[in-house]
Design a protein around this ligand. Structure first.
Ligand SMILES: C[S@@+](CC[C@H](N)C(=O)[O-])C[C@H]1O[C@@H](n2cnc3c(N)ncnc32)[C@H](O)[C@@H]1O
Length: 284
């Protein structure tokens, strides 16, 4: 139903939502904007610097595929890049526009629009970029391998491709996929999923911290060190984030290695739940 040809999102965002085939990522990001502050922006910048191994991006073209809140576009802009951001969800686009309005409204060096990484005609109109960034996006398109291919085609020779992809946890990933599908199926699915998992996450964290003699509230304030993110937003993103695909680190490595990309940096989540991060460079 979802992808008629070449993995393109032909049925459109509102229809996918109405059919229960997609999570409203942008809705979740709009709540995140309420807690966004300078400390989170600095953490986002730090995460880019750490993974790319660069302090500045001056003179570089940065493409943010699936910009979500817009936080990493803003971080790249503050590091001196010329930024283009796009997202398939109109509310994510609105969030990114809101960040631009708040922090650098007059800047021509940051463009934002609605688009899909599965739309090859759109991608061709963009040209090539020194840094292609797509964190936590390509596994939410419904056609992950096509999206991985399309993203790579946008990297200029010698440029960086920085992506993160959900770790394959085998049967656990199959179960999580069902949870997410159920969440997106309608208000009942959402209510039951949230009603069960959020208290479970809160209690599990509190019991663990108390047993380790730690302040159970610290895990919420410390969470911003995770790329400037907020635990609450991430919980909803995790519970509802559908479509949902996964890959083992070696599958991603082999996929890009065969296409002439060299792995520059890797950050895995071990055998656990979460995303593996990869920075590849495109051979010149
Ligand atoms: C989990 S969020 C990640 C946001 C951001 N990259 C970050 O690191 O915070 C995933 C984003 O991917 C977007 N997305 C999903 N499918 C897409 C597609 N086909 N093309 C572009 N963006 C897409 C969603 O709308 C959502 O905003």
């Amino acid at each position: 139903m979802l992808k008629p040809s070449g993995g393109e999102n032909k049925i459109g965002h509102p229809t996918e939502i109405a059919l229960g085939e997609r999570f409203e990522f942008g809705e979740n990001w709009s709540r995140f904007l309420a807690v966004l502050d300078e400390a989170r922006i600095e953490e986002a910048e730090r995460s880019l610097k750490r993974m790319l191994g660069l302090e500045r991006l001056s003179g570089k073209r940065f493409l943010d595929i699936g910009s979500g809140s817009g936080l990493f576009s803003l971080a790249a802009r503050r590091m001196g890049a010329t930024v283009h951001s796009f997202d398939f969800d109109p509310k994510s686009v609105a969030c990114t526009q809101e960040l631009k309005r708040r922090y650098c409204p007059q800047e021509a060096a940051w463009s934002i629009e609605k688009g899909s990484v599965l739309d090859r005609d759109y991608l061709q109109s963009l040209g090539k970029f020194d840094v292609v960034y797509s964190w936590g996006v390509l596994h939410h398109t419904g056609a992950m391998w096509q999206a991985l291919e399309n993203a790579a085609a946008l990297v200029a020779d010698g440029g960086f491709l920085f992506i993160s992809i959900y770790n394959d946890q085998l049967y656990k990933s199959v179960l999580w996929r069902k949870v997410k599908q159920f969440y997106c199926s309608g208000p009942l699915g959402k209510g039951l999923t949230v009603g069960f998992f959020i208290p479970y996450f809160v209690l599990r964290g509190a019991i663990f911290d108390l047993l380790c003699l730690k302040n159970p509230l610290k895990r919420y304030s410390n969470y911003k060190k995770e790329r400037g993110m907020a635990r609450w937003t991430d919980w909803f993103d995790w519970l509802g984030g559908y479509p949902f695909e996964v890959a083992k680190p070696e599958e991603i490595f082999n996929f890009y290695h065969q296409r002439g990309y060299r792995l520059q940096k890797l950050k895995t989540c071990g055998a656990g739940l979460g995303c593996n991060e990869f920075v590849f460079t495109k051979e010149e």
